[in-house]
Write a protein that binds this ligand. Structure first.
Ligand code: 48N
Length: 312
């Protein structure tokens, strides 16, 4: 479809352009180099504001419809959630994977190393995941260093977002879990209850802002350790009496913490797998502080646990 270079595009542009139509200017795609020194005659292709609105809303509402029934929901797009999503999407392109992230910016606590320092440490063998992603690092013997945590996080985020079977719903909070009763009276998790995060934050001062839902046979919760939004799903398990109490995250011990988090990543109640630092709240595991190998490998394990259930 060729754009006409007319001054008033209001009448000439179609009101309903097909999704994903490819457009070329003057019959070809321009290159950045061609723009150098041409700014006097520079002009964007014409558009009508409603086209921008429709380009966003059509896709978003199509995604809401598509992922209303998901195969797997990942709650929390921090380093563990994103690592989980990468492993699952790569292994099973047939599965619909919805990631629900409360913050506008996914990535959780993995944009910086520790105390706002840039470098990210990962203890071996987590360097294997960095090589899987193609993230460069510096060798330091028993551990490796990514020169900026954002390099790891932006790389895994970019890879995850490129999978056609993954949808990231950011600025969206999980504010409850969908449950089903098994024949024996036990409960299993069967999806999540969501709302715009800004709405979730204002239930106390606005009434009746009911949520939306996503049905899924498996939910993987990686909402981090306790904090304003942290450890959401395990806290909800306690309040719905599916867990007696939380163990509470223990003091910092890197050697103990990272092994424990990876080894214990598991299905905590039927239908709900917990990984990353949220798990430390369940089991009373130590924290590891500014080292991220356990987050990556907990994600690898969480994906494996989910596929085990799927393949049962
Ligand atoms: O980065 P986090 O907090 O969680 P993890 O487990 O992916 O990584 C933890 C890691 O960053 C550490 O804490 C490091 C290793 N330090 C350890 C230590 O000892 O201090 O990401 C959790 C994500 C965040 O982006 C939240 O916004 C999001 O989960 N989130 C939610 N998203 C949707 N709905 C919710 N209810 C929700 N709660 C949290």
């Amino acid at each position: 479809m060729m754009y006409q270079e007319s001054a008033d595009v209001a009448t000439s542009l179609p009101t309903k352009s097909p999704l994903n139509s490819t457009v070329t200017l003057n019959g070809k795609n321009k290159t950045v180099e061609e723009m150098h020194g041409q700014w006097d005659s520079f002009k964007f292709a014409p558009i009508r504001e409603s086209q921008v609105s429709r380009a966003m809303t059509r896709r978003y509402f199509k995604d809401l419809d598509t992922y209303a029934e998901s195969d797997i929901v990942i709650v929390g797009a921090g380093s563990c959630g994103l690592s989980t999503a990468y492993m699952l999407a790569k292994a099973r392109p047939d599965l619909k994977i919805a990631i629900i992230e409360a913050s506008v910016s996914p990535g959780g606590g993995a944009w910086l190393g520790g105390q706002l320092f840039s470098a990210m440490v990962m203890r071996k063998p987590a360097d294997a995941f960095l090589r899987e992603l193609g993230v460069p690092y510096e060798e330091e013997g028993n551990y490796v260093v990514v020169k900026h945590a954002a390099l790891f996080t932006s790389t895994v985020l970019s890879k995850v977002l490129q999978f056609p079977n993954v949808k990231l719903f950011n600025a969206t909070a999980v504010e409850d879990l969908i449950t089903r009763q098994n024949a024996d009276g036990s409960l299993r998790i069967a999806g999540v209850v969501t709302n715009w995060t800004l709405v979730t934050m204002h239930h106390d001062d606005q009434s009746c802002m009911d949520p939306n839902t996503i049905n899924a046979p498996i939910v993987i919760s990686t909402t981090g350790h306790d904090g304003p939004f942290g450890a959401f799903c395990v806290k909800r398990l306690v309040s719905m009496q599916q867990l007696e109490k939380l163990g509470g995250m223990r003091g910092l011990d890197m050697n103990v913490a990272e092994d424990a988090i990876v080894k214990r990543t598991r299905e905590v109640v039927p239908g709900l797998i917990v990984g990353g630092m949220e798990l430390s709240e369940v089991d009373g595991a130590n924290r590891m502080g500014p080292t991220f190998g356990a987050m990556a490998l907990s994600g690898v394990k969480a994906a494996e646990e989910a596929l085990k259930i799927f393949d049962e």
